[in-house]
Design a protein around this ligand. Structure first.
Ligand SMILES: Nc1ncnc2c1ncn2[C@@H]1O[C@H](COP(=O)(O)OP(=O)(O)OP(=O)(O)O)[C@@H](O)[C@H]1O
Ligand SMILES: [Mg+2]
Ligand SMILES: [Zn+2]
Length: 329
């Protein structure tokens, strides 16, 4: 069997499984329950946080033939075909490669035909901001008076590049970067279900590199597992990222905190000798110091970019406390 990348394998199949976009999934579920579906939605927000996933879920719920509550059943032919990508009433258009007026004209022609099977035809336009001005104008006419069976979902990472005339005809949802705590919990759950051996200290590194994107976190995890021969270890992940291992960063920060100049210089020397990315060491150090300061000034505050495990770690072993030395081990 061919290997399926984690991001695809773990694409949520229910609204419930979408992480960190509660207000949006709740609103959509309510709309589905009350049968108050808008004709056009705009899903905006940074990459890899669930826009396409949610668009497909909305399509799935609208086309599911066995749906009793807002969640799609997952088992009827429509649900199954949607997962396979063969459902004709869900039309996915990549705004980056179908950006011209002719493409939108074809779409306008198509929009008029009734759905092949169910009650709806759902058009998902990804990277919608890349459509040309002419294409937007053509689309606008359709958005103004869409046939009753048509639902548009425009997804974009650059909503500010979309014409206001289009924005004002869409119900807009702003997807948020996924908070570190939720990213970490999702990764941990997936690692457990995949039965992968992992080092918990690797998670914060993954989470920070992913910058709020679950897709980026999962892609990085794929690479890290390939690199680590099926295991996830903090040191080898740091190596992969060209970063210094967390213990080394802690040692460096520890030396700075206790004003151990020689120790700090040795740590930098070691990192340079081992070909680590000094800019990343610098970033990780600044972040570690900022966290330290935060936890010192406001001990009860949980900084949003720290996982519970890291906060605990800092509380129990603040850098410099155990006179951490920068040995070159
Ligand atoms: N909120 C989320 N909950 C659960 N999984 C998610 C979420 N966001 C992203 N993922 C994971 O990342 C993959 C890609 O997500 P998706 O295609 O929805 O991102 P997107 O927001 O459309 O990104 P892009 O702007 O790059 O198109 C999914 O298959 C899933 O594995
Ligand atoms: Mg997408
Ligand atoms: Zn179904």
């Amino acid at each position: 069997m061919s290997y399926q990348v984690l991001a695809r394998k773990w694409r949520p199949q229910t609204f419930d499984a979408v992480v960190g976009q509660e207000p949006i999934t709740r609103t959509l579920r309510n709309a589905l329950a009350a049968n108050r579906i808008a004709h056009a939605y705009l899903f905006a927000g940074p990459r890899g946080i669930g826009k396409t996933t949610t668009a497909r879920l909305l399509a799935k719920a609208l086309l599911c033939t066995a749906r009793r509550d807002p969640e799609p059943c997952g088992a009827c032919p429509a649900c199954r075909e949607l997962v396979l990508g063969t459902l004709v009433d869900v039309i996915e258009i990549d705004g980056a490669s179908n950006r011209g007026i002719d493409d939108i004209r074809t779409l306008r022609e198509n929009v008029r035909y009734a759905p092949a099977r169910g009650r709806y035809k759902v058009y998902i336009i990804d990277e919608a901001h890349q459509l040309t001005k002419e294409a937007f104008n053509a689309l606008l006419k359709t958005l103004e008076e869409p046939p009753a069976h048509v639902v548009f979902v425009l997804a974009t990472t650059q909503p500010h590049e979309m014409p206001l005339t289009v924005l004002s005809r869409c119900q807009r949802f702003d997807f948020k970067p996924i908070p570190p705590e939720l990213l970490s919990a999702s990764l941990e759950r997936i690692l457990r279900e995949e039965k992968v051996e992992f080092d918990p200290a690797a998670l914060p590194l993954l989470v920070r590199s992913a910058e709020g994107s679950l897709r980026d976190a999962l892609s990085l995890l794929d690479t890290a597992l390939a690199y680590g021969g099926g295991r996830l270890a903090a040191d080898s992940l740091a190596h992969l990222l060209g970063a210094s291992a967390p213990a080394q960063v802690r040692a460096f920060v520890g030396a700075l905190v206790v004003r151990d100049g020689a120790g700090a210089l040795e740590a930098i020397d070691r990192a340079a000798q081992e070909g680590e990315d000094l800019a990343v060491l610098c970033r990780e150090t600044v972040e570690a110091l900022r966290r330290l300061l935060l936890l010192k000034v406001a001990p009860r505050l949980s900084p949003p970019d720290l996982t519970a495990a890291e906060i605990e770690e800092f509380r129990q072993r603040p850098p410099g406390s155990a006179k951490t030395s920068c040995s070159s081990s």
